[in-house]
Each structure stands twice: as structure tokens, then as C-alpha cells.
Design a protein around this ligand. Structure first.
Ligand code: COA
Length: 302
């Protein structure tokens, strides 16, 4: 499968929740949150919906890549926070873009959603039935956070990231998996419920496995990769992966201090920020994990 990411975009809402704000909401401290997670603040929607943010991130990518919207014929949105069951967020984005024809649908693979969506887009593009995909992660997690649970409420934020994906001569590689969460360690029925310690253990292992597997599939080593774009859930998870795999921590792009965990939006937001810093072509490794449990990785040029 050969695709590349032609352009990236993001949308970050203006509302902000700092660690100090959380000191007024639950029994916690800025010091605890920073040392245990690396998070300093997270952004929060003011009036925006998940659809609004998905659309704004899409427009950012479209503008940055000087893409003709009419050329987009596939839209996939990864999210767990759609406002309604149907039409999908992707259908709504299609409407906002004014595209009369396109295939558009959402997928739910929790925080691994963007990687799953990228692999699905890549597979559909490789059939030649579609030519240009818009892949988005958009989340309003602050609406499904239990503000009485200090174990979880401090972790999550809102935002959206988008990528324009095309067939390419550059090789791309994917690894996507899920294994059952028999004990409901990470669920959203009404609010996010999580056994942090169990998820942490799963996450460190799942990230390492995903990095290894995708490199193996690509027949590459980590030295062939320009940057690793990990899901931003906890700085300590990435530090543990870096240590266990003997990969320097500086090779992982991090922005968790600013945004917290934005689930399916975290990887595309981080990717968009990486691309802004490095406009020349780079080979990146995206890696994530989340509820399901889902996990996966992708190697793609951007
Ligand atoms: N402020 C202050 N204290 C807190 C707190 C908070 N916000 N949240 C929990 N604590 C307390 C706990 O109650 C516990 O107190 P106790 O020892 O008296 O019982 C203590 O801090 C230690 O809790 P623990 O769960 O051991 O902390 P931790 O170091 O494992 O960190 C997480 C908790 C949630 C930050 C961490 O487990 C984590 O990041 N897990 C993975 C989460 C994740 O990635 N989720 C997203 C998946 S996509």
C-alpha cells in the first residue's frame, strides 16, 4: 500500500482548563498532575461542536495543501464524541465542504482511531476507486468527563486534526490490532471510566509492540524514521516506551503539556504541529493505543 500525507491541519478551541482550575474542582494539585502526566493545561470547546472542529481542521489542511475541495472523494472521521448517531460527523463535514459526492463515514477505535482511519483510507485509495482522502480526528472529550473523578477528569481535552491522503510512490506501512478489554478497564458509557494503572501497563506494551511490528513490516529500523508521533495520553507512558526500547526521548514529538489527551485528535494534531516545524518531506511513525483495547502504528511520508 502506498500513500502519503499531502497536507495536515488542526483546530484548537480557545477555552482553556489549567491544572490550577482543577484545584478548584477536585482534590488535586498542579504539581501532582505535571509530575504524573506531563499535562499543564487542556483546551475546551466554547461553542464548537465535534463537527465544527472537524470541519475547521479539514479547512486548515485544505488551505495549507492548496487542495481543491472538489478533488476529495473520501472522508473518514475518527471520533468517540459525535453529537448524534446519524448522520455521521464525516457526512456533516462533507455537507459543510459542499461536496455533492464522496464516500463519508465515521469510525470508532477510541484513541487509536486516526491510525485505523488512515489504514482504511489507504486501503480504499489503493483500489483506485477513490483518489483523495480527508482523514480527521475530532473530539469534545470535556463533555464526557466526570468532573467528580480526579483519576480521569484531569487528563482529557478537546481539539481536531486532519490529513489529506493520496496515493504515492512512497511506501507506507500499517499495523492495527485490538484485543478485548474483558474487565472494562477503559469505557465510555455516559462518562469516561478508567482503571489508570491497568491502562498504563497495557499502553506501554501496546506502543512498543506496535512500533516493532510496523518497523518489521516495513523492513526498516527506527533510525530510518525522522520522528515518532505518539498518542499523547501520559508523558510517562512515552518515557517508559523510550527507555524500554532504547529510543531517545527527543525522537518522540510531544505536546501533551498544552492539550492533554484529545483521543483520536491527538495524533493528527501532533502531526500537524510537526509538519509546521518541518515543511520538507519526512518519514514519520505514528503510534497509538486506546479503549477496546485498540492499538496500532503507521509509517508514512508527510
Ligand atoms: N490528583 C491527586 N491525586 C490523584 C489524582 C489527582 N488528579 N488522581 C489520582 N490520585 C491519587 C490516587 O487516588 C492515588 O492515591 P492513593 O495512593 O491514596 O490511593 C495516588 O494518586 C496514586 O494513584 P495512581 O493511580 O497510582 O497514579 P498513577 O501514577 O498510576 O497515575 C494516571 C494515574 C491515570 C495518570 C496513570 O495511571 C495513567 O496515565 N494511566 C493511563 C491512562 C491513559 O493513558 N488513558 C488514556 C488511554 S487512551
Amino acid at each position: 500500500m502506498s500513500v502519503h500525507i499531502k497536507a495536515t491541519g488542526k483546530y484548537i478551541p480557545n477555552g482553556v482548563l489549567t491544572n490550577k482550575d482543577f484545584e478548584q474542582i477536585v482534590e488535586t494539585s498542579d504539581e501532582w498532575i505535571v509530575t504524573r502526566t506531563g499535562i499543564k493545561k487542556r483546551h475546551k470547546v466554547v461553542e464548537e461542536t465535534t463537527v465544527d472542529m472537524a470541519y475547521y481542521a479539514a479547512m486548515d489542511a485544505i488551505n495549507k495543501g492548496s487542495i481543491k475541495k472538489e478533488d476529495i472523494d473520501l472522508i473518514i472521521v475518527a471520533t468517540i464524541t459525535g453529537e448524534q448517531k446519524t448522520p455521521s460527523i464525516a457526512n456533516a463535514v462533507q455537507m459543510r465542504l459542499g461536496l455533492e459526492t464522496a464516500m463519508s463515514f465515521d469510525i470508532n477505535a477510541a484513541c487509536t482511531g486516526f491510525i485505523y482511519a488512515l489504514e482504511v483510507a489507504s486501503a480504499l485509495l489503493s483500489t483506485f476507486a477513490y483518489n483523495r482522502a480527508l482523514v480527521i480526528g475530532s473530539e469534545t472529550l470535556t463533555k464526557i468527563v466526570d468532573y467528580t473523578d480526579r483519576n480521569t477528569c484531569i487528563l482529557f481535552g478537546d481539539g481536531a486534526g486532519a490529513a489529506i491522503v493520496e496515493r504515492s510512490k512512497d511506501a507506507s506501512h500499517f499495523f492495527s490490532q485490538a484485543k478485548p478489554d474483558y474487565n472494562d478497564y477503559l469505557t465510555v458509557k455516559k462518562y469516561i471510566h478508567m482503571d489508570g494503572k491497568r491502562v498504563y501497563i497495557f499502553a506501554v506494551d501496546a506502543m512498543a509492540t506496535s512500533i516493532e511490528k510496523v518497523l518489521e513490516k516495513a523492513n526498516l529500523t527506527i533510525d530510518d524514521i525522522d520522528a515518532i508521533i505518539p498518542h499523547q495520553a501520559n508523558e510517562r507512558i512515552v518515557q517508559a516506551v523510550s527507555k524500554n526500547m532504547n529510543i531517545p526521548y527527543e525522537r518522540f514529538e510531544m505536546n501533551i503539556a498544552e492539550y492533554g489527551n484529545t483521543s483520536a485528535a491527538s495524533i493528527p494534531i501532533t502531526l500537524a504541529e510537526y509538519k509546521e516545524k518541518h515543511p520538507d518531506k519526512k518519514r514519520v511513525l505514528l503510534v497509538g493505543f486506546g479503549g477496546g483495547f485498540t492499538y496500532g502504528a503507521a509509517i508514512v511520508n508527510v
